[in-house]
Design a binder for this molecule. Structure first.
Ligand SMILES: [Mg+2]
Length: 237
């Protein structure tokens, strides 16, 4: 633990709510197309389109919007009216304009860790959207480095760790996704903390529980302080 010099935070569903917004919009999307298919079938078709597009579009709201349009064309057999296409574009814009909703104790925890560790953001998603959320979050001042990554594979983290000028064992990643925030970092020799969010995107779910000496599962963000042996009373200074 004394080795840790850099703490990197995932952003979506770790610092602020995200997946719940996507799921709300997806529910509206399913209602919009309810005359074609039941909601579960629309969601399954949308997920399939998203997975097929991931390699060319990457992650984020704009990709999601294009996949919603494409799926609407598929399930309506190209019969979907232009008015509903317009509404789907509107869903995407609403997601892009959602206010940033910080998760509990984020500011307190960052305030407490500030100065003790080099704090970093490592997130996927649309570049502009993540920049907007970070700016609106009021959290920018805590982070010495912000990395908006096209993916979170081993090689992406290896590049980031090298860029940060630290060794893998000095790097700790905190996030809500086992697949994206935990497994690649553990494989590189870093430390990873998983803090589950109440909803997880199907693409990010991992079945097996993790047992690894450099892995820790936390119930909430403030638990990171006791894990790092930082007096939790500092929280309210
Ligand atoms: Mg996340």
């Amino acid at each position: 633990m004394e080795e840790i010099k850099v703490i990197a935070f995932d952003a979506d569903d770790t610092l602020w709510a995200n997946e719940s917004h996507f799921q709300d919009i997806e529910a509206e999307y399913c209602r919009l197309l309810a005359d074609y298919l039941p909601p579960a079938d629309i969601s399954a078709a949308l997920f399939q389109t998203e997975m097929q597009n991931l390699a060319i579009y990457g992650f984020g709201i704009k990709s999601f919007t294009l996949s919603m349009i494409e799926t609407a064309l598929i399930i309506s057999q190209n019969e979907i009216d232009s008015q509903r296409i317009g509404q789907i574009i509107g869903f995407g814009k609403r997601l892009l304009n959602m206010p940033v909703e910080l998760l509990p104790d984020v500011k307190n925890v960052l305030n407490t860790l500030d100065g003790k560790y080099k704090l970093v953001v490592a997130t996927k998603g649309d570049l502009l959207d993540q920049e907007r959320k970070l700016k609106n979050s009021g959290l920018q001042k805590y982070f010495e480095h912000v990395e908006i990554m096209s993916d979170k594979q081993n090689s992406d983290y290896a590049r980031l760790i090298k860029q940060l000028g630290c060794e893998p064992e000095e790097f700790m990643m905190i996030g809500n996704s086992i697949k994206s925030d935990v497994l690649p970092v553990l494989e590189l020799g870093g430390m990873a903390a998983h803090i589950p969010f109440h909803v997880t995107w199907a693409h990010e779910t991992v079945e097996e529980p993790i047992t690894h000496p450099r892995f820790v599962k936390l119930n909430k963000l403030t638990d990171i302080l006791s894990f790092l042996s930082i007096d939790p009373e500092l929280l309210f200074d």
